[in-house]
Design a protein around this ligand. Structure first.
Ligand code: NDP
Length: 292
């Protein structure tokens, strides 16, 4: 079998075009341009690239953006002061604090300080709680992007066994909440799955993976998921981004697994572009929320 490649780049473009239409309609009817404020502390080159990509995406869909770049020597209190300013600014609808923050800054304290109505990453405990209760205010960007890819590729999730490898607060855990929910932004067919979450303490991970109709790999270990861990015909979503000697690779051995799976996302060009796009989606939602 040679798996069908799920083209995250093309899907991302399609969704950005939809968001651009909605942003234009919203701006025309309300007189308000949605605005995303990004906060970058320090000079981590990867973070700078991520923030730049987010600004470019804002431009493409008609969302305004602000960049607040602070030196690595910034104190936690100074950062909290900036967050407080952005929280009360009527021009700003979404606040994005680029992670990781420099050592010495309490990341959770900073993220908890973001106004939950402007928390477009959906990291605030209030927003996580709302997601877990099936009444989300914002959806977590990467898991929402994964759900969009799956549904736009015509894969039904209802009743399927999804194995998520990784239990982080950013990917694994919220992914499990979206897939076990009764509904989604794409309808019930993109949710209602039976979900197993695996992590570094899971016993016989390969055997668990072989029971999966859909595997979502969010591990951070290059090419960890190999063909022998995959049931023939399974759908493979690779969230991983690992910098190796041969360039960027995912958490899935793409060549080997493609021989067994029915569908697979590539790295790069799979989940990555969707994460940025769903941030645009949330910024528009935040602007609508502040108008309502
Ligand atoms: P974390 O490091 O926060 O979590 C990794 C998870 O994988 C943990 O739950 C860990 O288990 C588990 N894990 C690690 N090693 C093993 C192992 N040998 N066997 C089983 N489980 C293991 O990572 P993130 O969730 O933040 O990110 C995961 C990957 O996704 C990274 O490559 C990251 O760069 C990428 N990423 C990509 C995004 C995109 O837009 N495409 C967005 C966000 C992340 P335990 O909890 O037991 O330690």
């Amino acid at each position: 079998m040679s798996a069908e490649i799920m083209d995250g780049k093309a899907i991302s473009k399609e969704i950005q075009a939809e968001i651009a239409v909605e942003v234009a309609q919203f701006t025309q009817s309300s007189g308000v341009t949605p605005c995303l404020a990004a906060v970058l502390v320090g000079d981590d080159p990867a973070s700078e690239v991520y923030v730049r990509n987010k600004h470019r995406a804002c431009e493409r869909v008609g969302i305004a953006s602000q960049m607040h770049k602070l030196p690595a020597s910034t104190t936690e209190e100074e950062l909290l002061e900036l967050i407080a300013e952005l929280n009360s600014s009527t021009d700003v609808h979404g606040i994005l604090v680029q992670l990781p923050l420099p050592e010495g800054i309490d990341t959770l304290r900073v993220l908890d300080a973001v106004n939950p109505h402007k928390d477009v990453d959906a990291f605030h405990p209030e927003n996580v709680g709302l997601i877990s209760q099936g009444r989300p205010r914002f959806l977590p960007c990467t898991p929402h992007g994964v759900q969009q890819i799956i549904d736009r590729c015509g894969i039904e999730m209802t009743g399927k066994h999804a194995v998520i490898v990784g239990r982080s607060d950013i990917v694994g855990k919220p992914m499990s909440m979206l897939l076990t929910a009764r509904n989604s932004t794409r309808g019930p067919q993109a949710a209602n799955a039976t979900v197993t979450i695996c992590h570094s303490r899971t016993k016989d991970l390969a055997a668990v993976c072989r029971t999966a109709d859909v595997i979502i790999a969010a591990i951070g270990v290059a090419e960890f998921i190999t063909a022998d861990m995959v049931k023939p015909g399974a759908v493979i979503i690779d969230v991983g981004i690992n910098r190796t000697e041969k360039g960027l690779v995912g958490d899935v051995d793409f060549d080997g697994v493609s021989e067994v799976a029915s569908h697979i996302t590539p790295v790069p060009g799979g989940v990555g572009p969707l994460t940025v796009t769903m941030l645009m989606y949330n910024t528009l939602e935040a602007a609508k929320l502040l108008q309502s």
